[in-house]
Design a binder for this molecule. Structure first.
Ligand SMILES: Cc1ncc(COP(=O)(O)O)c(C=O)c1O
Length: 388
């Protein structure tokens, strides 16, 4: 590369370093809820393995038995539209479809692929997408690829959303409401009952990304959609396998017509190599196992409340109502210091800083796992109290 290009890139990286925003890849090892980092063995408070399924022995044994009697390739070697649509896709999609009692399900390579591809496929010029201000980066990237216009409503402000619906729903254009279920930075939760009522009142479509709800919420772990009783009311119900499901990939639950349409129009499904059959088989077994983990879901809720109450008891700011618990520190540097302090006490939690979150709201974002003990949470709260 020419030197002037390299110099420019280097300058940008130096700016990021100065601002404390340089990203880098850590050398880590994880097992269960522990993480080994810089020679220290720490409680991992940054994982999305909410149920501890990644190290679940029952699942590991079932998978070993399954692959011992089923020849499954490590490669798919092609797009799903060509020769990559192995029978393991049908089995997984049928499992998901029937568990949700839905018309259809379609699996993708990742949540990023799903969020990047669905909205551009189902909207066109003249349509309008109304998205919560705090939806995930992958949805934002999908919005940029849409020919439709998009407008953001204030976070969880459904009065604002209704004003926008009144303005845009004229019966001529498609209007899609887009939300996450459990928001990944604040841990707060969308009100699906209000959103469903609004979508019905104004004739809009509803898109819900349940990435952080799946596995954790609902009697069978089918997410906020199950917990709120609104599976059938959501037009695009997206979930991911990379978090509580201990795998990789994503799905949408939708109508049969919509499934056919996406297979024809969705570029991030069509123009990418399919997932390996062995991975799809693992995901299906993880999905089945996940439904059985009701006690883990209950325990996760209990320790989440314990931590939230503990933080509030210290007079510190937190928000939300889920297993993602922010501890709002304020300035970036103070947040980084607190993260380092907790690391010395045996806790791994990374600072989330401006510009990822609004200025003055830098935070530690604790994401809890069901295999953590109440005593560990109590020690964490004690650690936080020493920095008050
Ligand atoms: C709300 C949300 N949606 C989608 C994604 C992307 O999912 P994946 O990791 O499967 O690409 C994430 C991942 O962080 C997420 O938090």
């Amino acid at each position: 590369m020419q030197k002037e290009f390299t110099d420019n890139f280097m300058l940008e990286l130096e700016d990021l370093q100065r601002e404390g925003n340089l990203r880098f890849l850590r050398k880590i090892e994880t097992h269960n809820n522990r993480i080994c980092y810089e020679g220290k063995d720490l409680l991992n408070l940054c994982s999305n393995d909410y149920l501890g399924l990644a190290s679940d022995q029952v699942l590991q044994d079932r998978f070993k038995n399954y692959i011992a009697s089923n020849a499954l390739s490590m490669a798919s070697s092609s797009s799903r539209l060509l020769t990559g649509n192995h029978a393991a896709y049908d089995e997984l999609e049928e499992q998901i479809r029937s568990d949700y009692s839905a018309e259809a399900a379609l699996v993708f390579n990742s949540g990023y692929h799903a969020n990047l591809g669905i909205l551009p496929a189902v909207t066109s010029k003249g349509d309008v997408i109304l998205a919560d201000k705090l939806v995930h980066a992958s949805i934002n990237d999908g919005l940029r690829l849409c020919n439709a216009d998009f407008v953001r409503y204030r976070h969880l402000d459904y009065n604002h959303l209704e004003r926008l619906l009144k303005k845009y729903c004229d019966g001529k254009r498609r209007v899609v409401i887009v939300t996450e279920s459990v928001f990944s930075m604040d841990g707060d939760v969308a009100d699906l009952s209000i959103l469903v009522a609004l979508k019905e009142k104004y004739g809009a479509l509803l898109y819900v990304d349940d990435a952080h709800g799946i596995g954790v919420l609902g009697e069978n772990g089918l997410g906020l959609a199950e917990q709120s009783g609104h599976v059938a009311d959501i037009d695009f119900l997206v979930g991911t396998f990379g978090k509580a499901l201990a795998s990789v990939g994503a799905y949408v639950v939708c109508s049969e017509v919509m499934r056919k349409y996406l297979i024809n129009k969705m570029r991030t499904l069509i123009f990418t190599t399919a997932l390996p059959p062995v991975n799809l088989a693992w995901t299906r077994l993880a999905w089945v196992r996940c439904k059985e983990l009701k006690d883990e879901r209950d325990h996760l809720k209990k320790i989440s409340n314990q931590l939230r109450d503990g933080i509030q008891g210290l007079g510190a700011e937190t928000c939300g109502d889920s297993h993602i618990i922010p501890y709002i520190v304020g300035e970036n540097v103070a947040c980084m210091n607190l993260s380092e302090f907790l690391c010395k006490r045996g806790f791994f939690v990374l600072p989330i800083k401006h510009p990822t979150v609004p200025k003055g709201t830098a935070r530690l974002r604790f994401s809890l796992m069901a295999n953590m003990k109440e005593t560990e949470i109590a020690e964490l709260v004690e650690g936080l109290s020493l920095k008050q």
